[in-house]
Design a binder for this molecule. Structure first.
Ligand SMILES: CC(C)(COP(=O)(O)OP(=O)(O)OC[C@H]1O[C@@H](n2cnc3c(N)ncnc32)[C@H](O)[C@@H]1OP(=O)(O)O)[C@@H](O)C(=O)NCCC(=O)NCCS
Length: 164
């Protein structure tokens, strides 16, 4: 199935997920290490992955009030996603989240994907502030957010990192 492409970067294609991605999505969400600071339980069933993809089918990028998981693909494989939700009441603010499969970590792919999504939100969707809620014990996430220039606010262990 052909997926709508949001952006292509040096190493990645950022695109809408399709039914064909359900197995990969269920697999990386089922890894308890990657799910430790996330909202879902493991294992993450294939049916839940299919349902999530179906639920997002008609969601536009940056549609206020709705989460969209943007697939991260490299070498033809779905390796993770960047989640985006533009605030429903305050449409100039957005929240982002992110997950990479364990074997895709350590190459800068999340940095590359997140920078691209943030740039799209700032330049094409009139977003002025972006935050990510993060547990300070989630060291790789904190490192990622600080790498892209986000600043800490709030009280540990749950902090918000904010850009702009
Ligand atoms: C958070 C998460 C996406 C970060 O993944 P990551 O692979 O560490 O981040 P990146 O893809 O940006 O890669 C950075 C690593 O690649 C290295 N790297 C290699 N080339 C790089 C490049 N061109 N640019 C940046 N980093 C590069 C960096 O040195 C870093 O490695 P290090 O941690 O050993 O120093 C990942 O750990 C994850 O999915 N965690 C589980 C989900 C989760 O908790 N999400 C957050 C909820 S708030």
């Amino acid at each position: 199935m052909t997926a709508e492409i949001l952006a292509a970067t040096e190493h990645l294609v950022l695109r809408r997920m399709t039914n064909d991605d359900a197995a990969a999505l269920a697999a990386y969400r089922s890894d308890p290490v990657q799910a430790r600071y996330q909202s879902w339980e493991t294992p993450y069933p294939l049916d839940s992955a299919r349902a999530l993809i179906a639920q997002m089918r008609n969601v536009r990028f940056a549609q206020p009030g709705v989460w969209l998981q943007i697939g991260i693909e490299t070498s033809g494989r779905l390796i993770g996603d960047i989640a985006v939700r533009v605030d429903g009441d305050q449409a100039r603010q957005a929240t982002v989240g992110f997950t990479l499969a364990a074997d895709a970590q350590g190459h800068g792919y999340a940095t590359e994907a997140l920078r691209t999504v943030i740039s799209l939100l700032f330049t094409e969707h009139d977003v002025h502030r972006i935050c990510a809620d993060c547990d300070t014990r989630n060291h790789r996430s904190v490192a990622l957010l600080e790498r892209i220039g986000m600043r800490r606010g709030g009280s540990p262990p749950q902090v918000s990192l904010v850009e702009r």
